[in-house]
Design a protein around this ligand. Structure first.
Ligand code: PGA
Length: 251
Protein backbone atom coordinates (compact mmCIF):
# COMPACT_ATOMS: atom_id res chain seq x y z
CA UNK A 1 0.00 0.00 0.00
CA UNK A 2 1.42 3.41 -0.92
CA UNK A 3 1.49 5.81 2.00
CA UNK A 4 -0.60 8.97 1.68
CA UNK A 5 0.70 12.23 3.13
CA UNK A 6 -2.10 14.81 3.14
CA UNK A 7 -1.78 18.48 4.03
CA UNK A 8 -4.85 20.03 5.63
CA UNK A 9 -4.40 23.77 5.28
CA UNK A 10 -7.60 24.45 7.25
CA UNK A 11 -8.69 28.12 7.00
CA UNK A 12 -5.26 29.34 5.92
CA UNK A 13 -3.97 30.75 2.67
CA UNK A 14 -4.66 33.69 0.40
CA UNK A 15 -4.01 33.41 -3.31
CA UNK A 16 -0.37 34.29 -3.70
CA UNK A 17 0.92 32.44 -0.64
CA UNK A 18 -1.24 29.37 -1.30
CA UNK A 19 -0.07 29.05 -4.87
CA UNK A 20 3.54 29.63 -3.77
CA UNK A 21 3.22 26.89 -1.16
CA UNK A 22 1.75 24.43 -3.68
CA UNK A 23 4.52 25.27 -6.16
CA UNK A 24 7.21 24.83 -3.52
CA UNK A 25 5.84 21.40 -2.58
CA UNK A 26 5.72 20.45 -6.25
CA UNK A 27 9.29 21.57 -6.87
CA UNK A 28 10.62 19.91 -3.74
CA UNK A 29 8.89 16.64 -4.52
CA UNK A 30 10.31 16.20 -8.00
CA UNK A 31 9.01 13.03 -9.60
CA UNK A 32 7.39 11.75 -6.43
CA UNK A 33 8.86 8.75 -4.70
CA UNK A 34 6.33 6.01 -4.04
CA UNK A 35 4.34 8.26 -1.71
CA UNK A 36 0.94 9.75 -2.58
CA UNK A 37 0.82 13.46 -1.76
CA UNK A 38 -2.36 15.49 -1.28
CA UNK A 39 -2.95 19.18 -0.65
CA UNK A 40 -6.28 20.27 0.86
CA UNK A 41 -6.49 24.07 0.62
CA UNK A 42 -9.56 26.13 1.49
CA UNK A 43 -12.35 26.08 -1.13
CA UNK A 44 -11.27 29.42 -2.59
CA UNK A 45 -7.86 28.04 -3.58
CA UNK A 46 -8.76 24.60 -4.91
CA UNK A 47 -8.81 25.64 -8.53
CA UNK A 48 -5.60 27.67 -8.31
CA UNK A 49 -3.75 24.97 -6.37
CA UNK A 50 -4.99 22.33 -8.82
CA UNK A 51 -3.56 24.44 -11.64
CA UNK A 52 -0.26 24.89 -9.77
CA UNK A 53 0.21 21.12 -9.38
CA UNK A 54 -1.30 20.03 -12.70
CA UNK A 55 0.83 17.41 -14.43
CA UNK A 56 2.56 16.44 -11.16
CA UNK A 57 1.81 13.49 -8.88
CA UNK A 58 0.22 15.80 -6.29
CA UNK A 59 -3.54 15.50 -5.77
CA UNK A 60 -5.87 18.20 -4.46
CA UNK A 61 -8.73 17.80 -1.99
CA UNK A 62 -11.46 19.75 -0.28
CA UNK A 63 -11.96 19.99 3.50
CA UNK A 64 -15.73 19.38 3.52
CA UNK A 65 -18.69 18.99 1.20
CA UNK A 66 -22.48 19.11 1.42
CA UNK A 67 -24.39 15.81 1.21
CA UNK A 68 -26.51 17.13 -1.68
CA UNK A 69 -25.18 17.72 -5.18
CA UNK A 70 -26.89 21.12 -5.58
CA UNK A 71 -29.78 23.18 -4.23
CA UNK A 72 -30.78 25.92 -1.81
CA UNK A 73 -27.95 25.61 0.71
CA UNK A 74 -26.42 29.05 1.01
CA UNK A 75 -22.71 29.01 1.67
CA UNK A 76 -22.23 25.30 1.13
CA UNK A 77 -20.13 23.56 -1.50
CA UNK A 78 -21.06 20.20 -3.04
CA UNK A 79 -18.92 17.23 -3.96
CA UNK A 80 -19.46 17.68 -7.73
CA UNK A 81 -18.34 21.33 -7.31
CA UNK A 82 -15.11 20.18 -5.65
CA UNK A 83 -14.54 17.69 -8.43
CA UNK A 84 -15.26 20.36 -11.03
CA UNK A 85 -12.70 22.68 -9.40
CA UNK A 86 -9.98 20.03 -9.65
CA UNK A 87 -10.25 18.06 -6.39
CA UNK A 88 -10.06 14.28 -6.26
CA UNK A 89 -10.26 13.86 -2.46
CA UNK A 90 -12.29 15.41 0.34
CA UNK A 91 -11.69 15.43 4.12
CA UNK A 92 -14.94 14.72 5.99
CA UNK A 93 -15.93 14.72 9.64
CA UNK A 94 -12.82 16.52 10.84
CA UNK A 95 -13.10 17.06 14.59
CA UNK A 96 -13.13 20.83 14.04
CA UNK A 97 -16.24 20.44 11.87
CA UNK A 98 -17.80 17.97 14.30
CA UNK A 99 -17.22 20.54 17.08
CA UNK A 100 -17.74 23.88 15.28
CA UNK A 101 -20.65 22.80 13.08
CA UNK A 102 -22.20 20.02 15.15
CA UNK A 103 -21.57 17.42 12.46
CA UNK A 104 -22.93 14.02 13.45
CA UNK A 105 -21.82 10.59 12.30
CA UNK A 106 -24.97 10.34 10.17
CA UNK A 107 -24.18 13.62 8.41
CA UNK A 108 -20.57 12.59 7.82
CA UNK A 109 -21.82 9.32 6.35
CA UNK A 110 -24.17 11.18 3.98
CA UNK A 111 -21.31 13.44 2.92
CA UNK A 112 -19.08 10.42 2.28
CA UNK A 113 -21.81 8.91 0.10
CA UNK A 114 -22.04 12.16 -1.84
CA UNK A 115 -18.27 12.25 -2.25
CA UNK A 116 -18.12 8.72 -3.64
CA UNK A 117 -21.06 9.43 -5.97
CA UNK A 118 -19.17 12.45 -7.33
CA UNK A 119 -16.01 10.43 -7.90
CA UNK A 120 -14.09 11.88 -4.96
CA UNK A 121 -12.12 9.81 -2.46
CA UNK A 122 -13.42 10.52 1.05
CA UNK A 123 -11.02 10.81 3.99
CA UNK A 124 -13.24 10.26 7.03
CA UNK A 125 -11.81 11.52 10.33
CA UNK A 126 -12.39 9.89 13.69
CA UNK A 127 -10.82 10.41 17.10
CA UNK A 128 -11.49 10.65 20.79
CA UNK A 129 -11.30 13.63 23.16
CA UNK A 130 -8.91 13.64 26.10
CA UNK A 131 -11.78 13.03 28.52
CA UNK A 132 -12.84 9.99 26.51
CA UNK A 133 -9.28 8.62 26.48
CA UNK A 134 -8.85 9.24 30.21
CA UNK A 135 -12.12 7.39 30.81
CA UNK A 136 -10.76 4.39 28.91
CA UNK A 137 -13.30 4.86 26.13
CA UNK A 138 -11.05 5.84 23.23
CA UNK A 139 -11.50 2.67 21.20
CA UNK A 140 -15.24 2.48 21.86
CA UNK A 141 -15.69 6.10 20.72
CA UNK A 142 -13.68 5.57 17.54
CA UNK A 143 -15.48 2.31 16.76
CA UNK A 144 -18.85 4.05 17.12
CA UNK A 145 -17.68 6.88 14.85
CA UNK A 146 -16.55 4.35 12.24
CA UNK A 147 -19.83 2.43 12.42
CA UNK A 148 -21.84 5.63 12.01
CA UNK A 149 -19.69 7.62 9.59
CA UNK A 150 -18.62 5.11 6.95
CA UNK A 151 -21.16 4.32 4.24
CA UNK A 152 -21.62 0.95 2.57
CA UNK A 153 -19.10 0.46 -0.20
CA UNK A 154 -16.59 2.79 1.49
CA UNK A 155 -13.71 0.33 1.25
CA UNK A 156 -14.42 -0.66 -2.35
CA UNK A 157 -14.53 3.03 -3.28
CA UNK A 158 -10.97 3.47 -1.98
CA UNK A 159 -12.06 5.45 1.09
CA UNK A 160 -9.44 6.54 3.61
CA UNK A 161 -9.79 6.75 7.41
CA UNK A 162 -7.86 9.35 9.43
CA UNK A 163 -7.39 8.67 13.13
CA UNK A 164 -6.95 12.06 14.79
CA UNK A 165 -7.15 12.17 18.58
CA UNK A 166 -8.79 15.53 19.26
CA UNK A 167 -6.32 16.33 22.06
CA UNK A 168 -3.36 15.88 19.69
CA UNK A 169 -4.59 18.32 17.02
CA UNK A 170 -2.61 21.54 17.01
CA UNK A 171 -1.32 20.93 20.54
CA UNK A 172 2.16 19.52 19.93
CA UNK A 173 1.13 16.44 21.90
CA UNK A 174 1.00 13.01 20.27
CA UNK A 175 -0.03 9.60 21.57
CA UNK A 176 2.72 7.06 22.22
CA UNK A 177 3.61 4.80 19.32
CA UNK A 178 2.06 1.93 21.29
CA UNK A 179 -1.22 3.83 21.60
CA UNK A 180 -1.20 4.69 17.90
CA UNK A 181 -0.50 1.04 17.06
CA UNK A 182 -3.31 -0.18 19.32
CA UNK A 183 -5.86 2.23 17.84
CA UNK A 184 -4.85 1.56 14.25
CA UNK A 185 -5.08 -2.20 14.87
CA UNK A 186 -8.55 -1.71 16.35
CA UNK A 187 -9.61 0.37 13.34
CA UNK A 188 -8.26 -2.25 10.93
CA UNK A 189 -10.18 -4.97 12.77
CA UNK A 190 -13.42 -2.97 12.48
CA UNK A 191 -12.81 -2.29 8.77
CA UNK A 192 -12.22 -5.98 8.04
CA UNK A 193 -15.22 -7.04 10.14
CA UNK A 194 -17.44 -4.65 8.19
CA UNK A 195 -16.01 -4.71 4.68
CA UNK A 196 -14.24 -8.07 4.50
CA UNK A 197 -11.12 -8.31 2.35
CA UNK A 198 -11.65 -4.78 0.97
CA UNK A 199 -11.26 -3.50 4.54
CA UNK A 200 -7.61 -4.60 4.46
CA UNK A 201 -6.90 -2.15 1.65
CA UNK A 202 -8.23 0.96 3.39
CA UNK A 203 -5.45 3.38 4.25
CA UNK A 204 -5.55 4.52 7.86
CA UNK A 205 -3.79 7.86 8.35
CA UNK A 206 -2.60 9.20 11.68
CA UNK A 207 -3.19 12.91 12.30
CA UNK A 208 -2.45 15.25 15.19
CA UNK A 209 0.76 17.28 15.64
CA UNK A 210 2.70 15.37 12.98
CA UNK A 211 5.87 17.27 12.10
CA UNK A 212 9.23 16.53 10.52
CA UNK A 213 10.76 15.72 13.90
CA UNK A 214 8.27 12.97 14.83
CA UNK A 215 7.09 11.74 11.42
CA UNK A 216 9.50 8.86 10.92
CA UNK A 217 8.62 6.79 14.01
CA UNK A 218 4.90 7.54 13.66
CA UNK A 219 4.84 6.55 9.97
CA UNK A 220 6.67 3.32 10.83
CA UNK A 221 3.94 2.17 13.24
CA UNK A 222 2.12 -0.91 11.90
CA UNK A 223 -1.15 -0.07 10.10
CA UNK A 224 -0.24 3.61 9.80
CA UNK A 225 -0.74 4.24 6.09
CA UNK A 226 0.24 7.89 6.07
CA UNK A 227 -0.46 11.16 7.84
CA UNK A 228 -2.99 13.97 7.83
CA UNK A 229 -0.90 17.04 8.58
CA UNK A 230 -2.29 20.40 9.68
CA UNK A 231 0.06 23.12 10.89
CA UNK A 232 3.22 21.52 9.53
CA UNK A 233 1.74 21.38 6.02
CA UNK A 234 1.82 25.18 5.81
CA UNK A 235 5.60 25.24 5.43
CA UNK A 236 6.91 23.54 2.31
CA UNK A 237 10.21 22.39 3.82
CA UNK A 238 8.51 20.90 6.87
CA UNK A 239 5.85 19.15 4.77
CA UNK A 240 8.46 17.81 2.32
CA UNK A 241 10.47 16.44 5.24
CA UNK A 242 7.37 14.57 6.45
CA UNK A 243 6.85 13.14 2.96
CA UNK A 244 10.51 12.08 2.90
CA UNK A 245 10.01 10.28 6.24
CA UNK A 246 7.26 8.04 4.82
CA UNK A 247 8.28 4.46 4.16
CA UNK A 248 8.22 3.93 0.40
CA UNK A 249 5.80 1.22 -0.67
CA UNK A 250 7.29 -1.93 -2.11
CA UNK A 251 5.54 -3.00 -5.29
P1 PGA B 1 -2.17 19.47 13.27
O1 PGA B 1 -3.62 19.22 12.64
O2 PGA B 1 -1.18 18.71 12.41
O3 PGA B 1 -1.97 20.95 13.19
O4 PGA B 1 -2.20 18.93 14.66
C1 PGA B 1 -3.96 17.97 12.08
C2 PGA B 1 -5.38 18.01 11.57
O5 PGA B 1 -6.25 18.63 12.21
O6 PGA B 1 -5.67 17.43 10.51
Amino acid sequence: MRPLIAGNWKMNGLGAEGVALARAVREGLGDGNGVDVLLCPPFTLIERVARAVAGSAIAVGGQDCHPKASGAHTGDVSAPMLKDAGASFVILGHSERRADHGETDALVRAKAEAAVAAGLTPIVCVGETLAERDAGRAEAVVEAQLAGSLPEGFARAGGVVAYEPVWAIGTGRTPSEADIAAMHAAIRARLVARFGAAGRGVRILYGGSVKAANAKPILAVPEVGGALVGGASLQAAEFLAIIAAAPVAVA
